[in-house]
Design a protein around this ligand. Structure first.
Ligand SMILES: Nc1nc2c(ncn2[C@@H]2O[C@H](COP(=O)(O)OP(=O)(O)O)[C@@H](O)[C@H]2O)c(=O)[nH]1
Ligand SMILES: [Mg+2]
Length: 272
């Protein structure tokens, strides 16, 4: 259940932070995010989505000291980063929103760039560690590094041209991403690919930005527990995208046009 709405609603910018058993990393992460959010030129709120945590994650958020940037809490019963982010996205109302990981591995200075691009009409702005200009610390685990490279290559078969689907730093036009999140089915870590694919299907323009990224110890992703499921999820997303593509046919253009009209938001840019 969500805590009472922050006092500054309606916010212009909402940032969702999925968190499972993050009592250790969340205090530093939230402190950095609140500090950065307070410098942004729009009214910003933060929503932590805690699911199935067995530690004090929700207490960290509930007891968060009053701050110019309000921090809310949403709790999900079911585990899964995809489920948590979807719930967070659908709980937002702001014209601009996005999500980042509790460890704030992506340097928050990229928020200024992301917000500027959203305000200029870019529907999807995502951090990419693969772009020239990104500064990326090595992952601590070699197995994770190799798995990520294979994952990235396969993901390009679903969302061609996107160089990094897994960086936990993604920002959107609110109306666009809420429409894209509604049909999301991927519960785990591979959900970003489905979300991006849905946004593109709705006709959004996607812009990748370079980021400074460092591997923060304490990752919730386990190569041994989560890899097989993530590759399976990616295969399902690929299959669904092929089936949808075949079923949609020429209705696609009509749907895109209808979406841009329904959203009524100048922040949604439609690629025809
Ligand atoms: N609410 C929620 N958050 C999750 C779940 N699994 C992972 N996360 C969050 O998703 C983010 C993933 O980042 P991290 O653990 O650093 O993984 P990595 O950066 O991919 O190694 C963190 O904020 C996690 O707490 C989950 O089941 N529920
Ligand atoms: Mg991380």
């Amino acid at each position: 259940m969500a805590t009472p709405p922050p006092a500054v609603y309606p916010a212009s910018f909402e940032i969702v932070v999925p968190a499972r058993n993050e009592a250790g990393r969340l205090p530093a992460g939230l402190t950095a995010l609140c500090r950065k959010a307070a410098t942004l030129p729009v009214r910003t709120t933060i929503l932590v989505v805690d699911s199935a945590s067995t530690d004090a994650t929700c207490h960290v958020v509930r007891n968060w000291a009053a701050h110019p940037v309000p921090v809310g809490l949403l709790r999900c019963r079911q585990a899964g980063k995809g489920i948590a982010v979807r719930a967070g996205l659908l709980a937002t109302q702001a014209p601009f929103m996005g999500y980042c990981d509790a460890d704030m591995a992506t340097d928050l200075s990229a928020l200024d760039t992301a917000l500027g691009l959203l305000a200029a009409g870019h529907g999807v702005v995502i951090g990419s560690r693969a772009l020239q200009g990104s500064v990326t610390g090595n992952r601590h685990s070699a197995a994770r590094r190799m798995g990520a490279a294979v994952f990235r290559t396969l993901a390009r078969g679903i969302v061609p041209g996107v160089t990094d689907t897994q960086c936990g730093f993604k920002f959107f036009s609110g109306p666009l991403v809420r429409a894209a999140a509604l049909p999301l089915r991927t519960a785990g870590f591979a959900f970003d690919i489905e979300l991006i694919a849905n946004c593109l299907r709705l006709g959004a323009t996607l812009t990748e930005i370079p980021v400074r990224w460092q591997d923060v110890p304490g990752s919730s992703f386990s190569v041994w527990r989560h890899s097989a499921g993530s590759f399976r999820d990616m295969a399902s997303i690929w299959l669904r995208s092929r089936t949808d593509l075949a079923a949609r046919g020429s209705a696609d253009h009509e749907n895109r046009t209808r979406y841009s009209y329904m959203s009524g938001s100048p922040a949604v840019s439609v690629r025809e």
